[in-house]
Write a protein that binds this ligand. Sequence first.
Ligand code: MG
Ligand code: MG
Ligand code: MG
Length: 307
Amino acid sequence: MENKVFVFGHKNPDTDSICSSMVHEILDKKNGWETKAVRLGNINKETQYVLDYLKIEAPELIEKVEEGQEVLLVDHNEFSQSVDGIEKAKILGVTDHHKIANFETSEPLYYTAKPYGCTATILYEEFKALGHTIERKEAILMASAIISDTLLLKSPTTTQKDKKALEELETIAGINVNEYGLEMLKAGTDLDDFTEEELINIDSKVFEKENIKYEIAQVNTVSIEDVLKREEKLKEVINKTIEEKGLSLFVLAITDILNSNSEIIALGEKTDVIKVAFNKELENDKALLEGVVSRKKQLLPNIDKNI
Ligand code: MG
Ligand code: MG
Ligand code: MG
């Protein structure tokens, strides 16, 4: 087993989870600490765009951690979204921008939680606080993460801190954020060579409340209609997932990144929740949620409250 401390984001990693792990490693090095960014799943096409742009390799994939492995978590805290074996790992620190749930440690740790739009914005502030220079590589990694999590600052999760960080990172990175960002986001909407099973796993998270388990998956698109051509197949694999994981509800949000709406497909025994949560009747297991683009701020809290 490697001695290094592992830094990783959540399973089904998104751009923030990958880029923030890499930036964390860079920041640690500047602080004289050897850590190693790793990942818990496949690189999605949006993140691949970033890595290709920078001509760098993705962090190494790990499937589980051994007992006592020292780890740093970014972009998540819930064990249900973390690495297999997390319960017996030694969590040294967490840098995150999500609600805290299903999380506990037996020892003290560093825990930085800020309600920003992106983990990378928190890391950006750490660079500042520690007086470290931000170089082009980490500027592009952080800018990409912010663009991804805030959908180019259009998501309701966006804060002034994210805006300010992205503004400065744009200058250091030497990119035009709007052009680069749109290309990056569009790269992530190319779903053609994903099977339906893969599609619902690109960006999916399992949540637990008391004994109820539910999952919210999200895909970005420039055409909801296009994704819905696969509706029947998608429903089939969602129902299979519900059965396999013992879920009470599965919500797939198909998010139109240009118009900022989401069509959801909801299945499971607790689909009643959708009506209460969004005041929308499901038709054919679907509903269009206007102005809804954020799982964290819009989908999750409303579902969680009512489940
Ligand atoms: Mg994330
Ligand atoms: Mg994030
Ligand atoms: Mg996300």
